[in-house]
Design a protein around this ligand. Sequence first.
Ligand SMILES: [Zn+2]
Length: 216
Amino acid sequence: MRLVLLGPPGAGKGTQGVLLAERYGIPQISTGDILRDHVQRGTRLGIQARSYMDRGEYVPDGVVVSMVMDRLEEPDADHGFILDGFPRTVAQAEALERALEETEEPLTAVLKFSVGGELAVRRLLGRYTCPTCGRTYHMEFKPPAEDEVCDVCGSTLERRADDDELTARRRLAVYREQASPLERFYAERDLLHQIDAEALPDEVVDRTMGVLEALP
Ligand SMILES: [Zn+2]
């Protein structure tokens, strides 16, 4: 199962990626995680990437493509993978297509999670992460038992740095500009499947698996 997840920030792609990865036993590869890892370790690519992320802009193709291709060569991705946040552009999609052609393992499907703009913003704005154990919460949709305290380890939760409203709206606008050509690219290859993501995560994952199981 080799999947690409598309959809605006706040569509719940990250959550769907985690749930699908569990059900199919394949890694969920998030460009965000790869980027944050490079930034945290202060690699050359990480420092470059950071200057773009700080402005709410996307990191250039060349940087992202090399990070992702390296990651796909790791052994846990031998039997499939779920890409979240990549490709973002047609140029990246073409680079991915070429790389997968070489391994004769093309994509199985591209899933587009759709959600209305205002719901996407609400989902983006309330996100909290535990700095100690990495668990994620949402003020409105998935609150911890006690305000701003991690249910699992008791640490004080932190807001994601890129989740202020201006940045969220800018990310949505940038996404809309870039997404249409990418969706067309995959639709032309009969790979694109649209999933209505305005529901609870478990319901969305059931819908998604229904679509995947109906594939020839
Ligand atoms: Zn925690």
